[in-house]
Design a protein around this ligand. Structure first.
Ligand SMILES: Cc1cc2nc3c(=O)[nH]c(=O)nc-3n(C[C@H](O)[C@H](O)[C@H](O)COP(=O)(O)OP(=O)(O)OC[C@H]3O[C@@H](n4cnc5c(N)ncnc54)[C@H](O)[C@@H]3O)c2cc1C
Length: 383
């Protein structure tokens, strides 16, 4: 079925992205997974190709494109399983905080480098003691003259080792009631004294993506690094999470399509009892069902991508898509792995890494349980 959300111009862009990804990214995925990180040279090449911050305003070096272009970049990277290069985090999750809430001075200072790939971004929300309950962060940013002094610990931070600039969630007013009204967002450069990178964490999946601990030890940051206003941090986070969750739904569907395509090829080649396993009715029914679910999910996500690009408030729908598509992805890769038999359990078979990589999709960007809490609240259920 033709995906009519994309125009001819979008499809031409997709062809350009695909050429770049096949040549510059796909050959490195295995090495990145073994090393536990992507390489900066490829980020830089992606910047040269115009693939970083495609939606960022043109006056700072971006393409000023609509969100469908960002969706294409994310789909093409997921198609080659390039999860190590978390371009979506950089361009579509963190950069929008600067483009939307940054002062003119902040934008001029940081955006050009993020678009060329010289400055890599991360966001530090989660702490050892709190993830879902974001209002409970313990990292503090105490005002001292024209500086903030940051103290605290963060964990599970993507791009923690290679990132240069982090949006840090900290309490500027730890006594505030309600607690979330004391939260602010502060841009922290990784080369500041007191910014300490901790361990790169050993993970089940996303082996090539760098996920780390970060520590702030009397880290002094000028007040000019504050994003927006003091105490507005939680509100800004809530506003930006719609796009973060939509990106997860987009990559989930792209990963489902990739796993399904590979499985279709495998079941036609692999023989048992003198015939391809594709000839067994069980195989046919399983794949027919999964294919149908992918069509349903893709139609929903495409509709949301178009609505998001228009600027619609679709928090409920995106929360639903995030949990539904990631649950589908986990189930689909499990069933595709089963159709690969023992080879599916071998790390040399891509479906094995798909299985491990899928597990986190229902956890980060807000767990799937939190997605249901959001929907239930907006349905007027409970408190
Ligand atoms: C690979 C990876 C990359 C990540 N990257 C980043 C990053 O770049 N920046 C960042 O800040 N964070 C990042 N995270 C952290 C991620 O966002 C959190 O792990 C996630 O929000 C869940 O928080 P938690 O781990 O503390 O789980 P908890 O909040 O402790 O949750 C544990 C369980 O309790 C459930 N639960 C919690 N509250 C409720 C509730 N109200 N109702 C029902 N169930 C509930 C959860 O759904 C979950 O099943 C990353 C995590 C991973 C694994």
């Amino acid at each position: 079925m033709r995906r009519d959300v994309f125009t001819e111009d979008h499809e031409q862009f997709r062809a350009q992205v695909r050429r770049f990804v096949d040549k510059e990214v796909a050959p490195k995925v295995e090495e990145w997974n073994a090393r536990g990180t992507s390489d900066r040279a490829t980020w830089k090449r992606a910047g040269d190709e115009g693939l970083l911050g495609v939606c960022a305003p043109t006056e700072y070096g971006g393409a000023g494109a609509d969100f469908l272009y960002a969706a294409i970049v994310n789909e093409e990277l997921a198609r080659v399983r390039a999860h190590a290069m978390m371009l979506s985090l950089h361009s579509d999750i963190v950069m929008p905080y600067v483009t939307e809430y940054g002062s003119e001075e902040q934008k001029r200072r940081w955006l050009p480098g993020t678009i060329t790939g010289d400055v890599l971004l991360g966001i530090a929300m989660t702490e050892p003691g709190t993830g879902s309950d974001l209002a409970n962060v313990q990292t503090t940013a105490r005002r001292d003259g024209d500086h903030y002094v940051l103290n605290g610990a963060k964990t599970f931070i993507s791009n923690g080792q290679i990132g240069d600039l982090f949006v840090v969630v900290a309490k500027t007013d730890p006594q505030a009631k309600p607690a979330h009204s004391g939260i602010s967002l502060i841009l922290v450069e990784a080369d500041r004294p007191g910014f300490v990178r901790g361990k790169k964490l050993d993970k089940l999946g996303l082996r090539g993506q760098d996920t780390s601990e970060l520590f702030f030890e009397d880290c002094r940051v000028p007040v000019s690094n504050l994003l927006g206003r003091e105490g507005q941090g939680f509100k800004m986070l809530m506003q930006k999470l719609q796009q973060e969750r939509l990106v997860i739904a987009i990559t989930s569907m792209a990963s489902c399509r990739r796993a399904l395509d590979d499985t279709m090829v495998y079941v036609k080649e692999r023989k048992a009892f003198g015939q391809p396993i594709a000839a067994f009715q069980n195989t046919q029914f399983r794949l027919a069902e999964l294919w149908t679910e992918v069509q349903v999910g893709q139609a929903f996500v495409d509709q949301l991508v178009a609505a998001h690009a228009r600027g619609d408030d679709i928090v409920m729908e995106v929360s639903g898509a995030k949990f539904w598509t990631t649950d589908l992805q986990k189930r689909l890769v499990g069933e595709c792995l089963q159709l690969h038999g023992g080879y599916g359990f071998m790390m040399e078979t891509p479906i094995a890494t798909d299985y491990a990589d899928a597990a986190v999709q229902s956890i980060y960007a807000g767990t799937n349980e939190i997605m249901k809490v959001i929907i239930a609240r907006r349905l007027g259920l409970g408190s």
